[in-house]
Design a protein around this ligand. Structure first.
Ligand code: ATP
Ligand code: MG
Length: 401
């Protein structure tokens, strides 16, 4: 029997005229993720997408890839029949599994209201046939196996196993953002969260080399590699930040340095965002988590730029962030030893309540414009797919430090 994959999304997320755009983007993303896996065609049908599979296509491989595609509520490996009850009955009986379950139920959704039988009548008919054929018992409350039937206008689909998707919106429907990615735990989770809201996202990292080792850059590359699974762009803008910090260190009072670094990062981030078509910055900041993340300091940081700074984790607990980092497989990379440029030339107790006036005054001793230009001109664009020495190997070497 010809096999298909049916993909459902949360229709509630769709407002009227956005729907075709949403569906097209989701289809495009799914096709891109399943390239090479034997998906022959993808179509939009009312309320769902349908992929047609080649005979040798592996449902398991397709499922693994699509599980991380945002916008999918659930998906299923499906079969199709004409709009005919006899054909449906024959096909279900032929395809229904014989093992690994004791009880079953039929769940019919009649999207096509012109179909002559009501859902419960289809349930009863197909249920009786499955019962006779398999000898299994019907259990409507807690079945081991659910046979789902979808009656559409030109055809019917049915399936047995249904896999939950990650929800959210398809990457690409909400515009494009530049994410500031440190080697830490929080920022990858912020990238994940913003991808889930349908943003296209690329990452920018600031490293302290040659003042510190390249560890944070290597970690960031590996983090991007993980985030690509969720739709992040497969490259990293890596900015040599050490020389800029050195300059700051010579002219700015210790307690203001962290905020001045952050403002420089934001400005360079904004420049790269402009060059690479992004409309906002994203950080992993969370209110009051550390000294630089108090309300006054957040205000001081964001006054350095004119595009919005989005902070998806602003109200998350560290515990929640860690849980999410583990769930999306970034945690193990983030906790590897790494030398963060932000630890360079800073006091143990930076100011928690800076004002824009005092920071601007301190920055008056710097040539901010040329520092930003320097950062933008020395930036390197690293394609994470082209790393010939697997960053993974370098990371395991680091782990033994
Ligand atoms: P993270 O776990 O993401 O490192 P954090 O709790 O350590 O966050 P900070 O070090 O204050 O917090 O950084 C706050 C945010 O600033 C980070 O989440 C990230 O978005 C950005 N950031 C900090 N350092 C860097 C860096 N070296 N390169 C790029 N972005 C950075
Ligand atoms: Mg950090």
């Amino acid at each position: 029997m010809q096999r298909y994959v049916i993909i459902h999304y949360h229709e509630i997320a769709l407002k009227g005229r956005n729907r075709p755009r949403f569906e097209r983007q989701l289809l495009e993303n799914v096709l891109a993720r399943t390239e090479g896996l034997g998906v022959r065609a993808g179509r939009r049908l009312p309320g769902r997408l349908v992929l047609t599979l080649a005979p040798d296509a592996s449902w398991r491989a397709i499922r693994e890839r699509t599980e991380t595609v945002f916008g999918i509520a659930y998906l299923a490996h499906a079969y199709r029949t004409p709009l005919d009850l006899d054909a449906l009955r024959d096909a279900v009986v032929e395809a229904v599994p014989q093992e690994d379950y004791e009880t079953f139920a039929i769940d019919t959704k009649r999207g096509n209201k012109r179909f002559p039988l009501k859902s419960y009548e289809v349930n009863a008919d197909i249920g009786a046939a499955v019962e006779t054929h398999t000898g299994k018992a019907v259990d409507l409350d807690n079945p081991d196996l659910t046979v789902s039937i979808e009656i559409l206008y030109k055809q019917m689909f049915f399936f047995f196993d249904r896999v939950e998707g990650p929800g959210g919106l398809p990457v690409g429907v909400s515009g494009r953002v530049a994410c500031l990615l440190s080697g830490g735990i929080d920022s990858p989770v912020a990238v994940y969260s913003i991808l889930k809201r349908g943003c296209e996202a690329f990452c920018v990292h600031f490293h302290g080399h040659p003042y510190v080792t390249r560890t944070s850059e290597v970690k960031s590359i590996e983090l991007v590699r993980q985030l690509v699974r969720y739709g992040a762009s497969p490259y990293l803008w890596s900015v040599p930040f050490g020389p800029l910090q050195h300059e700051v260190m010579q002219r700015v009072p210790e307690k203001l340095r962290v905020v001045v670094y952050r403002r420089l990062m934001a400005r360079i981030g904004q420049r790269l965002a402009e060059q690479d078509g992004a409309a906002a910055l994203v950080t992993g900041e969370s209110l009051a988590q550390v000294a630089s993340q108090t309300l006054p300091n957040l205000a001081t940081i964001e006054s350095a730029v004119s595009i919005p700074i989005l902070r998806p984790l602003i109200a998350w607990d560290k515990v929640e962030i860690v849980r999410q980092a583990k769930a999306i497989d970034t945690y193990d990379i983030s906790i590897l030893p790494g030398e963060d440029c932000c630890q360079l030339f800073v006091p143990r107790h930076p100011a928690t309540a800076t004002t824009i006036v005092e920071v601007e005054e301190a920055e008056g001793r710097l040539d901010v414009e040329s520092l930003v230009t320097r950062g933008t001109e020395t930036v390197k664009r690293i394609d994470v797919r082209e790393m010939s020495v697997g960053a993974g190997e370098m990371l395991s070497a680091l782990a033994t430090f």
